[in-house]
Design a protein around this ligand. Structure first.
Ligand SMILES: Cc1cc2nc3c(=O)[nH]c(=O)nc-3n(C[C@H](O)[C@H](O)[C@H](O)COP(=O)(O)OP(=O)(O)OC[C@H]3O[C@@H](n4cnc5c(N)ncnc54)[C@H](O)[C@@H]3O)c2cc1C
Length: 509
């Protein structure tokens, strides 16, 4: 059997592991932390359960494909519950919008701000549909872009779809009110992109939500992590936790295995699900790297980070929906503060995930489990989180108490934990403490993103948010499909032999 070593157990690593183990490879995951899941980690404290990272389940059909690769069914492992609305958005002027996939409800919500915008809703989605078709239906998201030829064949289509215009500019063609513009342009922020420079390929996210819904996995996102781990173990895979990889061993330009906890593990292929920038800079000796030298890694635009608070309260707050956004007055300028000026501004926008609104098992009876996410610059900003985290937390709590009507919040807190850019760096080996890997911008998309198959080292591959197509759970699951194609192409003879043997086994004697 051919051995595959996977570094990291984020959604991308777990999906890749399932796919390759199902193809007959002998796959082992090496995970630095105590549990699998990566950014989708879980915190359980005093009866409160928190998903620490991703919270929105979108594109369940892409998740189903991972189970199907192993001959399993999603519904045998997790229960998905559809959410309506997808989000409640509170704007700075206290107006709010319940954002959903229901066209008629959405038009009513939009018409509150501008009836002409509501009238353009159908046209907007009509024009976004071909972008969605290109990325999802025609599989560009799961096709590795490795050569200029493959990339150039895609460019005319991208241009004709307007797919290179920044997301905000695309949405602004249809909608005039800033609140409606926000509602249809903020999605790149979910994967670490600026709506003002991420190409409108990413505007297919609202289409994806509308077409396939926004879901909640009962028990939280971590129940999906556990399901993937269980499937992988059931089909014979191995997982080593507390097993940090310190080196990818390379001989004559080819990956030969990994060193974890001081021990060498030979492999026919190595796949890094860790941060791409960290992997190149820290796990591979410089003499093996021609393209991804330290200085070229340093030129990559790395995404923002996040400041997170996990809060358990002995009281419920019905003004919060399962997903709630509370926005600052500033949109473009706040994004510039985070992405370009890299400063901790006086104002902030907050995303809240409150799973106890839909799932009583996430908090003690009558209590609320919530996380608050505030986008902040990555550690290249020089912000000293050792001294800033405490005061920043107090500013957020003050805001919620004095300006958002949660007047007794502090008095009801039973659990409060923080996760800062320093934790992204130390716990996840995340370059500059980024939250979403490499920024999704035109110059870092498709061919220009670190490839699924390493440009420098044979039999080394990447899966996850830093490679094609990019971040977000659907994105990293698509990256597992793209990377699987590369591995199968390179070790194809082996796969063909395995498949032929399998067919022989099924044939009657
Ligand atoms: C706060 C937050 C909220 C988000 N919300 C959403 C959402 O609602 N919906 C959505 O779709 N997406 C969301 N995302 C994005 C999504 O979570 C990520 O894109 C995705 O989970 C990343 O998965 P990944 O496969 O790239 O691996 P990661 O989750 O980044 O995991 C990488 C793993 O590699 C391990 N590792 C690193 N170095 C080593 C080493 N040397 N040895 C061994 N192990 C190593 C790490 O410990 C980690 O477990 C969110 C992200 C964040 C941070």
């Amino acid at each position: 059997m051919k051995k595959v070593a996977i570094i990291g157990s984020g959604f991308g690593g777990l999906a890749e592991a399932i796919r390759l183990q199902s193809r007959g490879f002998d796959v082992t995951i090496f995970e630095k932390r105590e549990k699998v899941g990566g950014r989708a980690y879980q915190l359980v404290k005093n009866g409160y359960t928190f998903d620490m990272g991703p919270s929105l389940v979108t594109a369940p059909f892409i998740i189903e494909r991972v189970f199907e690769a192993a001959g399993k069914r999603l519904e045998d492992y997790i229960e998905l519950q559809s959410l309506d609305p997808f989000y409640r958005i509170y704007f700075h002027d206290k107006s709010c919008m319940d954002y959903s996939g229901d066209a008629e409800k959405m038009k009513k919500e939009m018409a509150k701000f501008n009836p002409a915008d509501a009238a353009n809703y159908d046209k907007f989605f009509e024009d976004v549909r071909p972008i969605y078709d290109a990325v999802i239906t025609d599989g560009l998201g799961s096709t590795p872009f490795l050569t200029w030829k493959s990339f150039l064949s895609f460019v005319p289509r991208a241009l004709s779809l307007g797919g290179l215009t920044p997301v905000y500019a695309f949405a602004s063609k249809y909608f005039k009110d800033e609140r409606n513009r926000f509602a249809f342009s903020f999605h790149p922020l979910f994967i670490g992109g600026s709506p003002f420079r991420a190409p409108s390929i990413y505007i297919m996210i609202p289409y994806l939500e509308k077409a396939a819904g926004v879901w909640y996995a009962k028990g939280g996102m971590y129940s999906l992590v556990k399901a993937f781990e269980q499937v992988f173990l059931e089909i014979g895979g191995s997982v080593h936790t507390n097993a940090e990889v310190s080196e990818i061993v390379v001989e004559h330009g080819r990956a030969k295995g990994v060193v974890a906890n001081g021990e060498f593990h030979a492999a026919d292929a190595v796949i890094s699900n860790g941060d791409v920038a960290f992997t190149y800079k820290n796990l591979i000796k410089p003499q093996h790297r021609k393209k991804w030298t330290d200085s070229s890694v340093d030129k990559l635009h790395i995404t923002m980070s996040c400041f997170l608070l996990y809060i358990g309260t002995k009281k419920q707050y019905p003004q919060l929906k399962h997903h709630t956004l509370i926005l600052s007055r500033r949109y473009k300028e706040l994004v510039r503060d985070i992405f370009e000026r890299k400063i901790l501004a006086d104002d902030f926008s907050i995303y809240l995930h409150v799973p106890s609104r839909s799932d009583a098992s996430m908090a003690p009876h009558g209590c609320e489990s919530m996380y608050l996410l505030v986008p902040v610059p990555h550690l290249g900003s020089g912000i000293d989180w050792h001294t800033q985290a405490g005061p920043f937390k107090e500013r957020i709590l003050n805001f919620l108490e004095s300006e958002f009507g949660m007047t007794d919040l502090r008095a009801n807190i039973e659990v409060l934990e923080m996760f800062t850019p320093l934790d992204f760096e130390s716990q996840l080996n995340s370059h500059l403490g980024n939250a979403f890997a490499i920024e999704p911008r035109l110059s870092q998309s498709a061919l220009f993103r670190p490839h699924n198959r390493s440009e420098d080292i044979e039999r080394l591959y990447f899966v996850g948010a830093g490679t094609h197509p990019g971040g977000g759970v659907p994105g990293v699951l698509l990256s597992a499909e793209a990377t699987e194609k590369c591995v199968v192409e390179d070790l194809g003879e082996f796969v063909a032999r395995r498949e032929a043997a399998h067919i022989r086994e099924l044939e009657p004697a």
